[in-house]
Design a protein around this ligand. Sequence first.
Ligand SMILES: [Zn+2]
Length: 275
Amino acid sequence: MIVSAYRLLFDSNKAGQVLGAFNTHNLEVTKAIIEGAEETGYPALVQISPGSVELSGYETISAIFHSLAKKAAVPLALHLDHGRSFEEVKRAVEAGFHSIMIDGSQLSYEDNVELTRKVVSYCHERDIPVEAELGVISGKEDDLQVEEHGYTDPRVAADFCEKTNCDLLAVSIGNVHGLRKDVAINLQILQELKTLTATPLVIHGGSGISQEIVRQFKEYGVRKVNFSSELKNALIRSVGERYIANPGEYDIVSVTKAEVRAIKQVVMDKLLILN
Ligand SMILES: [Zn+2]
């Protein structure tokens, strides 16, 4: 079922759960995410970044989500991941997205505050929660490759949340975008962030973080964890294996079904580790 993103956040918080947020690109990935959530019984956010939206368009991906999610047995909502401008936010909201991220982390602190405030004002009028980002998460996100890594300063985070009134804050504590194996999470900073800000925290780059750490996030005020790279890798690996096994393969129905099963398994594993 489709619920408001505030409802999703409120209910999962009340139940002591961490929301899994999974990146989609098309019909198959959306279907796999929703089926994975249904099979575990946990609510989930389906999210998409502006770069991935280019494959289908805001209206099309929203229509795909709504068509599949309304029949689902678990609460679901559609979230814009890494919105970079007010215009992108507006396009997503007008297409029926339920939740928004505005990522002004590449801007100066003052400009990030200003852009986030503008988006918060627009979204709150429409009962849509806003996730903001402070601190630079390295790795590859969309078409942006970020090399340097800047931890989120807990004192600055408290000031940022107060000034912007954002509903969720994506933080940088050593998490990176992508499938790197050398990810070192600084739980000390996460603890300080929890102590100094009342705003629920979001961790991006969940794919590269060990199960042991992901399991602990709940205790540190983390309410949403994003997973993207592992889903994408499952898709590409599944199709690649079929091609290697048989270069003459053309049964797209069975290849696509296998791809959906592979992504669904990743989603199920992540939801069970989170909770
Ligand atoms: Zn991200």
